[in-house]
Design a binder for this molecule. Structure first.
Ligand code: COA
Ligand code: MG
Length: 293
């Protein structure tokens, strides 16, 4: 998944607008973009949208962001949407593997009640939204086979830290958020799931978004969340492996295939060893998923 667009689930207009925007996934939001008195409308909106879109042949992946486990709202959220079988549930304010195990149990119960296969609904966790979450980022590994990706967030963390800002005057994240971002990358690698970069809220600034996407890709993120349909094309563009990257990866895979016993090879005067092979294989898998191979 390269692009995941947040859509407030209490907005029928935005839901219908989101469908044609080219995002790999839509995140139907029941949490922070929905006012407390609109939660019920958002649950109904998400359930109706899932029922309408799931049967379509060509459709984005459908993720529902529920309210956090500590809010007392997450059970009603899950009850409202589970029967419509979202591809995944996004867990905000997740605090490590224990939170994923907790949500896994809730999903097992709903799947059983609705006649779904156990594990049908995946989990995407937002791993850095609270202070305690930072200290348990390393515990996602092995928590649940449902875990499909990890992502991170700066806004809730900055509120919790009592910070005045999360970015400097040039728009770069400040230290606490760079730490959160790095922890997300390491947590995802440890758990062997993709890392997805956080949102870029300045939605009219295409150059800033592109720069942030390129920095994210450079560091190992394989996709980014969006808040506005206009951001999707840029995100898809940056996170789709380029023809040059695909060609290089294919050359590395072919060279190792030609010398099965080799631990290291040279191509055009550059050394490649086993970690490069693993990286090349992952890139080719992403290229396939993006439809450019
Ligand atoms: N999904 C679907 N459609 C969206 C959208 C989104 N996330 N964001 C904007 N649109 C639609 C608008 O409704 C508008 O439609 P219209 O032309 O039919 O009126 C069109 O795209 C252009 O929107 P624009 O006028 O540029 O922005 P806006 O002021 O209407 O909306 C936000 C700005 C930030 C309120 C809106 O982008 C939004 O709700 N984003 C998602 C926020 C969210 O979910 N946050 C939680 C995660 S951090
Ligand atoms: Mg939030």
């Amino acid at each position: 998944m390269r692009s995941l667009l947040f859509v407030p689930a209490d907005s029928p207009d935005k839901l219908s607008k989101a469908l044609g925007c080219g995002a790999d996934a839509l995140i139907l939001d029941l949490e922070d973009s929905v006012a407390p008195e609109r939660k019920e409308a958002a649950r109904a909106g998400a359930a109706a949208f899932l029922a309408q879109v799931r049967p379509l042949q060509q459709r984005p992946r459908l993720v529902v962001r529920i309210n956090g486990l500590a809010t007392g709202l997450s059970d009603a959220d899950l009850d409202a949407v589970a029967s419509a079988r979202p591809d995944a549930v996004m867990l905000p304010k997740a605090e490590g593997g224990a939170a994923v195990v907790h949500l896994d149990a809730k999903l097992c119960a709903r799947e059983a009640l609705n006649g779904l296969d156990e594990g049908a609904i995946g989990i995407v966790a937002i791993a850095t939204e609270t202070a305690p979450a930072l200290f348990v980022a390393g515990t996602y590994r092995g928590a649940s086979p449902r875990l499909a990706a990890l992502t991170w967030g700066a806004e809730d963390l900055s509120a919790e830290l009592g910070a005045e800002a999360s970015r400097d005057a040039q728009g770069q994240f400040l230290d606490p958020y760079r730490l959160a971002r790095a922890l997300c990358l390491a947590a995802a690698a440890a758990a062997n799931v993709p890392a997805l970069d956080t949102v870029y809220v300045d939605f009219r600034n295409e150059a800033g978004l592109r720069r942030e996407c390129e920095e994210a890709r450079r560091d190992g993120f394989t996709g980014k969340m969006a808040i506005h349909p206009a951001q999707v094309a840029t995100i898809n563009d940056v996170f789709t492996p380029s023809p040059q990257a695909v060609a290089r990866a294919q050359a590395i895979v072919a060279a190792f295939a030609a010398e099965p016993g080799a631990g290291v090879i040279g191509i055009d005067g550059v050394m490649y060893d086993r970690p490069h092979l693993a990286k090349a294989e992952r890139l080719l898998a992403r290229a396939k998923a993006a439809g450019v191979m």
